[in-house]
Write a new protein. Structure first.
Length: 235
């Protein structure tokens, strides 16, 4: 992880099992990326000032601004980007994801903010940043039941995100077969990040048909349409 890491690596720790049997995506707060990136930018700024003094023999001046500029520019870049990462982090409806032993396991987050976090949520909302909810359930689905995959676009907290869904064959209470749609990737702002996440899952997914990510071909969500709360792909 570094200042220019993709959203995938800023928001998730990815662990491929040594046995080659699976992969784990652990959600992490963008705070860790921000602290590392700010530390690097500060090191560049102070390092530039020290280098300028060592070369010119003077402290401060126009030369100091020039030598410290890379660190300052990186600091501004991090300050601008961290807001988007916090917004993406807080807009998720799923937590960590594990693929292992022929199953995909997904942590389900609460549909509302409860407890002590409820006191801080309005404050964070004033800055336009949603707050992440707690894990309340875990959903397990066999990979062998996945029939195929499709891309989806959703508007969440006023922003447009893309994710991947799996079409899973299930048996209802009457013994009949039905197709259930399950969101298997987090929400990301760009198609590149969504596909980067999927690429980490590819070695372990069944029924992958090599679909391409064509956002223009995906039907955009209707803001006036009421979402189906029973659909697990809806935040």
């Amino acid at each position: 992880m570094h200042p220019f890491s993709s959203d995938v690596h800023c928001l998730y720790k990815i662990t491929h099992f040594q046995s080659g049997s699976g992969v784990k995506f652990e959600a992490r707060h963008p705070f860790w990326w921000a602290m590392l990136s700010f530390a690097i930018s500060m090191a560049l700024m102070f390092g530039g000032l020290f280098l300028e003094e060592a070369i010119t023999g003077t402290e401060g001046g126009n030369g100091a601004v020039l030598f410290a500029a890379p660190g300052l520019l990186l600091f501004l870049f991090v300050a601008f980007r961290v807001g988007n990462l916090i917004h993406t982090y807080g807009s998720q409806n799923s937590g960590s994801i594990i693929i292992s032993q022929g199953e995909i396991s997904i942590e389900i987050l609460d549909d509302e903010i409860r407890g002590i976090l409820g006191f801080f949520a309005p404050i964070q909302a004033l800055f336009g940043r949603p707050m992440r909810r707690k894990v309340v359930d875990q959903l397990n689905a066999p990979l062998a039941a996945i029939l195929g995959y499709q891309w989806d676009v959703a508007t969440i907290n006023g922003e447009t995100f893309v994710c991947a869904d799996a079409n899973i064959a299930t048996i209802d209470s009457e013994g009949g077969e039905s197709i259930r749609r399950l969101q298997i990737t987090p929400f990301f702002r760009t198609q590149e990040n969504a596909f980067e996440f999927i690429e980490q899952m590819l070695p372990y997914l069944d029924a992958w048909d090599g679909m391409e990510l064509d956002i223009d071909a995906i039907e955009q969500p209707d803001e006036n349409e009421q979402p189906d709360e029973s659909d697990p792909s809806i935040a």
